[in-house]
Ligand binder design. Structure first.
Ligand SMILES: Cc1cc2nc3c(=O)[nH]c(=O)nc-3n(C[C@H](O)[C@H](O)[C@H](O)COP(=O)(O)OP(=O)(O)OC[C@H]3O[C@@H](n4cnc5c(N)ncnc54)[C@H](O)[C@@H]3O)c2cc1C
Length: 288
């Protein structure tokens, strides 16, 4: 590994000031499960690293009936996957966090790092998007909120400025009678990344689907919402035919590439199969 300056600020203000002072080449360090791999093996040589480990206020999970769920950016995958409130109310997010890497990876990896890393295959971003999550961001210009679905510009690229830190995520309280799920397909059973990831949320009302969210991972340059499929579902009673139609529309929304994890054709096929399956399971969960 190349030599680099290491900073360990103890406050957010100090971290932001360091980013502002030193410019774009400076990298933030959270769990390090992406960053250190890139620095050791991926040809990334930042001149300086700013650790978030001692920065207060980035941890914690709070659930409030009116405000919804708040998760600090430094919360680990393990904490999210094992949190009872998240498992019950935001099942897709617990499922996404629960499939990241290994036990060791999940104890180090943070949700902020997963999002900021901006991999199209990231396992927590489709679940965050189906719950209409917003990212909380602090920089030298102040604070701002960006919907998670709008954070990404392409693989490895976000709308975060060089002096901005993700501090956490807010997920509104889902309506009653909501079911959600995240599933992914990986060529290997474990320790692989998604060839396709599908997050679904269905919120029912009066026998119809009130609100539908379908977010796809690893089938475009960023995660994408299958909005035509969502619109086709909303306001209608759930049925086999409707779900099959929505799965077709989700397939049409995807634009996968061919790589070692599967051909574009195979991935598009999977989007249809997995979307239909996730809709069935989300409905069952919403009804129980
Ligand atoms: C063996 C292994 C298996 C893995 N399996 C999976 C998997 O199955 N699914 C999956 O999605 N990922 C997987 N990953 C990738 C990685 O574990 C996750 O993306 C993880 O959540 C990254 O979080 P981190 O805290 O380790 O981030 P870091 O490595 O510390 O940082 C990642 C990037 O985000 C930036 N960053 C970190 N925190 C912030 C912040 N608060 N604000 C702004 N920028 C920030 C860093 O500067 C860096 O560019 C795997 C990694 C390994 C090593």
């Amino acid at each position: 590994m190349h030599r680099f300056e290491y900073h360990a600020p103890t406050s957010l203000d100090e971290a932001v000031a360091l980013l502002k002072e030193h410019g774009d080449g400076t990298k933030l360090l959270a769990g390090g499960t992406d960053l250190l791999v890139h620095m050791k093996e991926g040809g990334l040589h930042p001149p300086r690293v700013v650790s978030l480990h001692a920065v207060a206020g980035l941890d914690g999970i709070t659930l409030d009936e009116s405000d919804g769920l708040s998760i600090g950016s430094a919360v680990s995958m393990d904490e999210i996957a094992s949190n009872d409130a998240i498992r019950q109310r935001y099942a897709a997010l617990a499922e996404g966090a629960g499939v990241v890497g290994s036990v060791q990876t999940r104890s180090m990896a943070t949700i902020g790092g997963n999002v900021a890393n901006a991999a199209p295959s990231a396992d927590t971003t489709p679940p965050l998007a189906v719950f209409d999550a917003t990212a909380q961001i602090v920089g030298s210009g102040g604070t701002r909120e960006v919907p998670v679905i709008d954070l990404f510009e392409g693989p490895g690229s976000t709308v975060l400025a060089g002096d901005e830190v993700l501090t956490g995520f807010k997920l509104p309280t889902p309506p009653a009678d909501t079911g959600s799920i995240y599933q992914r397909h990986t060529p290997r059973k474990i320790m692989d990344i998604a060839a396709v990831g599908v997050g679904v949320r269905l919120s029912l009302g009066g026998g119809n689907i009130g609100e539908a969210r379908i977010c796809l991972g690893a089938v475009a340059a960023t995660i994408i919402r299958a909005t035509e499929a969502e619109d086709a579902l909303a306001g209608h009673p759930p049925s086999e035919e409707l779900f099959a139609k929505a799965a077709e529309l989700a397939q049409a929304a995807s634009s996968p590439i061919s790589d070692v994890r599967g051909s574009a054709e195979f991935r598009r096929h999977l989007v249809g199969v997995m979307t239909k399956r996730c809709l069935d399971i989300a409905l069952e969960r919403a009804q129980n």
